[in-house]
Design a protein around this ligand. Structure first.
Ligand code: HAM
Length: 430
């Protein structure tokens, strides 16, 4: 039987990879400008990390985790998100003791959730994210949001909408929780079994339920913003005034609760408002979390971050018809024609590559015409022809594939000549 890729996964083929490089490079550049450093954590972790971190009443933990037992009998889980792992590493490596506070970290890589696959929703998907650990300053909330908005702007995605909310501090959330229980309790039997379980465990999750989303009680549920205490309101006001200061428009949506349990105070999502983009429009989600470091036995440390869904960003770029810059073109194709020329071609190509000039040759025993076609297909900027005559004279023909202009040059001048021509092309482009 033919083996196909698992449901909900995708191969990223060579012709698509330039787009991934473009997004990853743009993200790395922005993170560096904002002084975030990369962190790489394992793809699997102890299951408990996500149960305690993401929350054992969330859909992610109860329904979507790829959990398995390894040969040593340990329960491990493929990471469904990046925050819990980053916080674990932060505690494990005592980064809270570093003089470099807040710790500003970024990451990228595959995440795994057992969800029903559809456009923009996969079982293996990719996130690029950041976490800033160690600051209570509302200005950092806005730095984090600005960074991702700046990223979208840099890659050419302008049709986005920023939505924010505040889940307040512990006291505010407790008061809101009581109000939610009182609101849903009398009619909880009209809700799905999951929501019935959630009522006393974590009633906020009812607002997030995919099945009961349209129930009138969900629509009329008490708003968290009415339950924020003074300190939480003041915090949210500061975030809004910083957003104002950097000129970012946003919509406040008190029903936005996010699907993970660790949040408090600021939460945000960025949607694509590109027409015809379909249901899964959330490109990025994030927020503040104050209890997570302690949950993993570290000292009280606040955090804030976000995760961007790379596949969704690619879909949005496609819908917006954004043209992604091509990868560096092939500089030189070395063509052979005749007896004994292949060895010389190999040595010329090697010299070019050693000098940082991209080079390619034929390995399929093509005739001269076939090699020229191959050079064309590969968009080579120049070709060098190595024929028997050239071999004997030591003078080679360098052809500019665009203009058709040919120059005769000695072997030891090939690399320098191409280098110079590439530089001229680059300057013409700027
Ligand atoms: P999240 O909202 O679960 O947050 O995921 C962030 C983004 O990942 C989503 O907005 C979406 O673009 C993408 N995403 C999620 N699930 C899928 C899927 N099945 N297929 C394709 N894309 C998906 C988090 O993961 C938090 N760790 C974000 C965060 C960081 N909060 C604080 N720090």
């Amino acid at each position: 039987m033919k083996i196909q890729l698992p449901r909900g996964t995708r191969d990223i083929l060579p012709e698509e990879v330039a787009k991934w490089h473009f997004l990853e490079r743009s993200f790395e550049e922005i993170c560096t400008d904002y002084q975030y450093q990369e962190i790489r954590t394992p793809i699997f972790e102890h299951t408990e990390l996500f149960e305690r971190g993401v929350g054992d009443s969330t859909d992610i933990v109860t329904k979507e985790m790829y959990t398995f037992e390894d040969k040593g009998g340990r329960s491990l889980t493929l990471r469904p998100e990046g925050t819990a792992s980053v916080v674990r590493a932060f505690v494990e490596h005592k980064m809270f003791g570093s003089p470099n506070q807040p710790n500003k970290l970024y990451y990228k890589g595959p995440m795994f959730r057992y969800e029903r696959p559809q456009g923009g929703r996969q079982r293996q998907f990719h996130q690029m994210g950041i976490e800033a650990l160690g600051s209570y300053d509302p200005a950092i909330d806005v730095e984090v949001i600005t960074l991702v908005m700046h990223f979208f702007q840099k890659i050419g995605l302008s049709n986005t909408k920023l939505v924010i909310n505040s889940l307040g501090d512990k006291e505010s959330r407790l008061r809101h929780r009581e109000a939610l229980i009182a609101h849903f309790e009398p009619r909880i039997d009209e809700f799905c079994a999951d929501c019935q379980n959630r009522l006393y465990k974590n009633p906020l999750r009812i607002l997030d339920c995919k099945k009961d989303h349209d129930h009138p009680l969900v629509q009329s549920a008490p708003s968290i913003l009415d339950y924020l205490n003074e300190a939480s309101t003041a915090y949210f006001d500061k975030v809004k005034s910083y957003l104002d200061a950097v000129g970012l428009d946003c919509e406040i949506d008190p029903t936005m609760v996010r699907g993970l349990d660790y949040y408090n105070h600021t939460t945000f999502e960025i949607m694509s408002v590109e027409e015809g983009f379909g249901a899964k429009t959330t490109l990025c989600g994030g927020g503040r979390y104050h209890g997570l470091v302690q949950e993993f036995d570290g000292p009280e440390t606040p955090g804030i971050g976000f995760g961007i869904g790379v596949e969704r960003v690619l879909l949005a770029l496609e819908k917006a018809e954004v043209i992604i810059p091509e990868e560096k073109a092939l500089a030189c194709y070395v063509i052979t024609a005749g007896e004994g020329t292949a060895v010389k071609a190999m040595s010329i190509m090697n010299t070019l590559r050693q000098q940082g000039i991209s080079a390619e040759k034929d390995y399929q025993d093509r005739k001269l015409k076939g090699q020229l076609k191959d050079a064309d297909r590969k968009n080579a900027l120049f070709t060098i022809i190595v024929g028997e005559e050239e071999l004997a004279s030591g003078v080679y023909k360098l052809k500019d594939m665009k203009s058709g202009e040919q120059t005769a040059i000695a072997e030891d001048a090939i690399a320098a000549t191409i280098s110079k021509k590439l530089q001229t092309l680059k300057e013409e482009h700027q």
